[in-house]
Design a protein around this ligand. Structure first.
Ligand code: FEO
Length: 405
């Protein structure tokens, strides 16, 4: 039977690791899985922070029972967030603990009805309300649209533990260790950025407000709903989320191509080489047909430069590049530089759509030249690609200087 892991003498991790789901939200690849973190506070009154995705329910209840046994019941289930990776087993929890009160804000309560038909046994909380468990006093703080409207965090003022929901979360299952001092944090930083960029990034403005609130709390331990628990250095994850949500970037260029027969790829290869020759070490190239979008979005969030190359397909952008452009627009990134190129054989289309993408997204500054090639690039076309690569390198160096000044 799975056992709870102690965070302090009375607070426990009772989450689960999911290595079976291939795509988070049906979209984002999970090659290393994901952890659904949930927490138990075993006081005079027993509170659980969040339920869990239904497929991990057995792990969750085993860990819970390993602390409270079969006779003690859960008094409160606190629902920080209603997305079903956390709320999916609320009804099953209710069946086991019928007297349990479900704690959430006004919007949570609307969603409990809409998702699960739950309308009774509820406690509505507002900003700053206190739930007294005996020794532990919990307060609630609203962080709307990080990344759903009902999102909130729960703060244990007794032990200074923040249960931060998706905020400060990351992808990847927890590989034995669950605490920041037990894990390879370089690896988790990558997976945390991939989570941030794809799940939270669009709501960076709201994330900035949440970070301001958190900085005022003086939390000693941060317990997110995914990824590592930060007990040794909670400031580390707050600073990372602050950097990403304020659109501070690293010097580098991500290059993405959509190519049927390799002609557009020839162009982006020439651009990539020119960027590297101009002294940019961080150059990452993705094939839009093969890379999961989540990795491209992560790299676009990390680096200040992006080059998009697309062949024309049935008079339009190549479908994987079209999906990428729509996704990037939705993420509302700012403070980036963009280069574009494309090819066609019997009808133009791709470059015009990339130009529209550049015009529509005010956060992207276009670097010249934009290049359009008929069928296969000539030596002259490839020279233009090298010019674009050099200009991209200069632009990302300028961007770094601006940020450093
Ligand atoms: Fe981890 Fe927004 O759910």
């Amino acid at each position: 039977m799975q056992k709870a892991i102690a965070i302090t003498g009375s607070v426990y991790w009772i989450g689960g690791n999911d290595r079976e789901t291939d795509l988070f939200e049906g979209l984002w690849a999970l090659p290393c899985g994901v952890a659904y973190n949930a927490y138990l506070i075993n006081d005079e009154k027993v509170a659980v922070v969040d339920s869990i995705k239904s497929l991990s329910f057995a792990d969750y209840t085993d860990r819970l029972t390993s602390v409270i046994g079969d006779k003690k019941k859960v008094d409160y289930l606190i629902v920080n967030h209603m997305e079903p990776d956390h709320s999916g087993s609320i009804r099953m929890m209710r069946q086991i603990h019928p007297e349990m009160k479900i704690v959430g804000n006004k919007k949570t309560i609307e969603m409990l009805d809409a998702f699960y038909g739950i309308t009774d046994g509820l406690i509505e909380v507002k900003e700053g309300d206190v739930l007294d468990l005996g020794n532990h006093k919990l307060t609630f703080s609203m962080i709307p649209m990080v990344h759903w409207p009902e999102s909130m965090v729960t703060y244990d003022t007794t032990e200074k533990i923040l249960f931060s929901s998706d905020t400060f979360g990351g992808f990847s299952a927890l590989e034995g260790g669950i605490f920041d001092d037990e894990l390879d944090m370089d690896y988790y930083a990558d997976e945390t950025l991939r989570y941030f960029a794809n799940i939270v990034g669009r709501y960076s403005q709201q994330a900035q407000k949440a970070i301001s609130k958190v900085r005022g709390m003086d939390a000693r331990t941060i317990c997110p709903a995914h990824g590592p628990i930060y007990r040794s250095n909670p400031k580390y994850i707050v600073d990372l989320y602050d950097k990403w949500s304020s659109h501070r970037t690293e010097e580098g260029v991500v290059i993405v191509y959509g190519s049927m027969y390799g002609n557009t790829k020839l162009m982006t290869d020439a651009i990539a080489r020119a960027v590297a020759e101009a002294g940019i070490q961080n150059v990452t190239v993705h094939d839009a047909s093969r890379a999961n979008l989540s990795f491209i979005v992560r790299d676009a969030w990390r680096y200040s430069g992006l080059v998009l190359g697309s062949c024309t397909y049935n008079t339009e952008l190549y479908p994987p590049v079209a999906t990428l452009c729509r996704t990037l627009s939705n993420k509302m990134m700012k403070n980036r530089v963009l280069g574009i190129c494309g090819s066609y054989s019997w009808s133009k289309g791709a470059l015009a759509e990339l130009q529209m993408f550049a015009e529509k997204n005010s956060g992207w500054q276009l670097v010249e030249p934009s290049i359009e090639v008929k069928s296969s690039p000539t030596d002259g076309d490839l020279e233009l690609c090298r010019e674009l690569g050099k200009n991209m390198a200069l632009a990302v160096k300028r961007k770094k200087a601006e940020q450093d000044s």
